[in-house]
Design a protein around this ligand. Sequence first.
Ligand code: FE2
Length: 483
Amino acid sequence: MTSEAGAEAEPAQTDHRLGFLSLERELPAVDLPVEGSFPAWLSGSLIRVGPAKFEVGTHRYRHWFDGLAMLHRFSFSAGTVSYRNRFVDSPAYRAARDTGRIAYSEFATDPCRSMFRRFVTVFRTPVNGRNTNVNVDRFGDEFLAMSETPLPVMFDPQTLSTLGVGEPAPGQLTVAHPHRLPGSTELISYATHLSAATHYQLYGRAVGDTHQRMIATLPAPRPSYMHSFAVADHFAVLVEFPLVTVPMTIPLSGRPFIENYRWRPERGTRFLVVDLETGRFEGGYRTEPFFAFHHINAFARDGDLVIDVCAYDNADIVRALYLDRLRAEDARVPEATPRRYVLPAGGGEVRTERLGELTMELPRIDYDRRNGRPYRFVYGVGSREPGDFPNQLVKTDVERRESAAWSRPGTYPGEPVFVRTPGDEREDGGVLLSIVLDPSAGTSFLLVLDAAELTEVARAWVPHRIPFGLHGQHFPAVSAPND
Ligand SMILES: [Fe+2]
């Protein structure tokens, strides 16, 4: 169930569609020309991952989330910037390179294997293409690239070479957005274990531990597609959107993974709260149907739990991200709004509030200090006008409910990663790092914005355009290599 590559005209290279074309070139570390001044204190590396190759031989991946994973690294030293990029050397990538075919199932692309093979793949063996194109993280000395399949890939942050696989998640599906609470090394995540008794398995592992800690098991006969989850103080919150599947039908459906999920608004959305210390299920709350990929943050307030998300009214966004739609001249992508859900202590009706006037996706906060705690500022991408492809960076003050934006006509910024200025105690005392596509220049640049003022500090031009990626992290200890 791949698409045949045809004689379709390449998109005009003057708009966002340039960000959905494949990038084949891998560069060794190169120094980048800089406009403005990169802060002298900015060191370490920004490492990002995203889909970069959307065709294999005569076949095409169908969805943005299917593309073959590529790592990009920007390293900073005394005001200079170097860049390197490399494909993740995964089974999916090797099969594509060596055989010219799509050999593994992805989010919305399926190589049409036999029913038996599908069954074995989905329910028994965590064999997968390890096309880890969603997010990166660090666990002790391991640098991990992750997707929603259970095996993360370890890579060398200096060379970006693929080293092997990390510890598998306890299920067939997981998330590429694990959590870490301030002051703790434990990486907390959840997996969906598909079986006749399908359940969500919350688990964690701290650096130095030899085994995963199984925190809680929650029955899920109709599991939801959940791209992320939240932690609030010492609670985990799974937000079960009504985009659900019937697990036992997946192997026989003949459909790619995500097309086994259906929007069932009559179910509403359910918040499942688990105490991370005891594993106790604290209860469920139900509210109106909505969908989200990303949580902004969550925290406890006077016994209530506050859950902030980038919310859509329904799951149409999943379909809007098929490549044929994204590459259409009149592509319209549904917009998310920053929304707050308050779960009252002891039960009761969930309260909903809009946090800001501007649309927002790919939200980031001062994670190391604020995750799971009260906070004030969130940064993300949004649209200047309704219907625009995301074309501005947005900052929202969730206390004052005020928003500000940065944009330059004709450019398309990606996820802004917050890096704190050493010694600056303000929550927004730092910079935002975002890869911006500039179609008129036919290339991308790394933008540095002052996070407090949302003004441009500097930019570094990359020798090629970088396809729109998903997520990245700043790693202070990954120094600029000498390669
Ligand atoms: Fe994500």
